[in-house]
Ligand binder design. Structure first.
Ligand SMILES: [Zn+2]
Length: 338
């Protein structure tokens, strides 16, 4: 079959790879209905994370179960399933505490930019639908696997409440999903920091009430102005750079929490500053599995349409062009037809 392998900075290829097999009794093999490229795939693509050896890419997935290992009891061949990018047993103390992304058996999904993928810890990781979903819902169901689950976690971690004033830092796919999540959580005001027309438009469609195009000091000043100099009740940091985190901290009010889901690169905190600012931080890899059944229901009931975040669709063969399109911000998020 064809699969996606990253060899190093700017060198990603679609090439012939072996089909995945059941390696452990707790594995499942799924046939993907579609796959996609994640913003976090861009870190190694840009060379900001090392790639010491060729790596099978892809960690967002949904599809039909092809085969299961002997120990798997909750899913069976023929079922449509979605799983999180974090593989978890869903039974250990951290899973039961709602932090499946810190599972004692945690592994990270790989190899899903391909027609078939192996999903370890299938019982804990996969959620099946009661029937096969209609084709037009596949992009939105795929989005629940990571990008929506991560945006949702950012809002949950930032403790968005009905009526809250929320600032979303970052207009990538996750930031836009953060807007959608905050809207579902009935935030009163959702301010997104964005300079790109197409992203601003989608943010407004997902429920943003205000757009701040300014960055740095000017952006902070604008948000202070919009919030009567108070700052935001909840901040969703969806980028992971030093600048975006500084922005998030500066616009958060005392007593607020910053949900940060952009993988930090070059971010450092000053202990005393954090102490006296009285701002909380909760982030990390999203425990998508906690939210998955609810998010899948919202999609299946057509209450949300996260799949709109895919603004470019390519065949798997053109995966390298997909990476470039996202890297150059020509596309928000790329769906791959496998
Ligand atoms: Zn666990």
């Amino acid at each position: 079959m064809l699969g996606t392998i990253l060899y190093g900075a700017r060198d990603v290829r679609c090439e012939e790879v072996p089909e995945p097999k059941i390696l452990k009794p707790t594995d499942a093999i799924i046939r993907l209905s579609a796959s996609c490229i994640c913003g976090s795939d861009l870190w190694p693509f840009r060379g900001e994370n090392d790639t010491p050896e060729p790596k099978a890419m892809g960690h967002e997935y949904c599809g039909i179960v092809e085969a299961v290992g002997k120990a798997v009891t909750t899913v069976r061949p023929g079922q449509f399933v979605v799983g999180s990018f974090c593989l978890s047993d869903n039974t250990c103390p951290h899973c039961r505490f709602g932090f499946q992304s810190s599972c004692e058996q945690r592994e990270f999904m790989t190899g899903a930019q391909a027609p078939l993928a192996r999903v370890p810890l299938a019982d804990g990781t996969l959620v099946a639908t009661s029937e096969l979903p209609p084709e037009d819902l596949i992009p939105s169901l795929l989005a629940t696997s990571d990008v929506l689950g991560t945006g949702w976690y950012a809002a949950d971690a930032a403790r968005v409440r009905p009526g809250s004033t929320v600032v979303v830092v970052g207009d990538g796919a996750v930031g836009l999903m953060g807007v959608l999540a905050a809207k579902q959580m009935e935030a009163g005001r959702i301010i997104i920091m964005s300079r790109h027309k197409t992203r601003q438009d989608l943010a407004l469609e997902y429920g943003a009430t205000d757009i701040v195009a300014e960055r740095g000091e000017a952006g902070i000043a604008r948000i202070r102005e919009l919030t009567a100099n108070v700052g935001a009740d909840s901040v969703l940091e969806c980028v992971g750079t030093k600048e975006s985190m500084a922005q998030a901290l500066a616009v958060a009010r005392p007593g607020s929490t910053i949900g940060y889901v952009g993988v930090p690169h070059g971010v450092e905190f000053d202990g005393q500053q954090l102490f006296f600012s009285q701002k909380g931080l909760m982030g990390g890899p999203a425990p998508v599995r906690r939210f998955l059944p609810h998010l899948m229901d919202l999609v299946l009931d057509r209450k949300i349409n996260p799949g709109k975040v895919f603004d470019l669709e390519l065949p798997l063969l053109d995966v390298a062009e997909g990476y470039r399109a996202m890297d150059e911000r020509r596309a928000i998020k790329v769906l791959l037809r496998v």
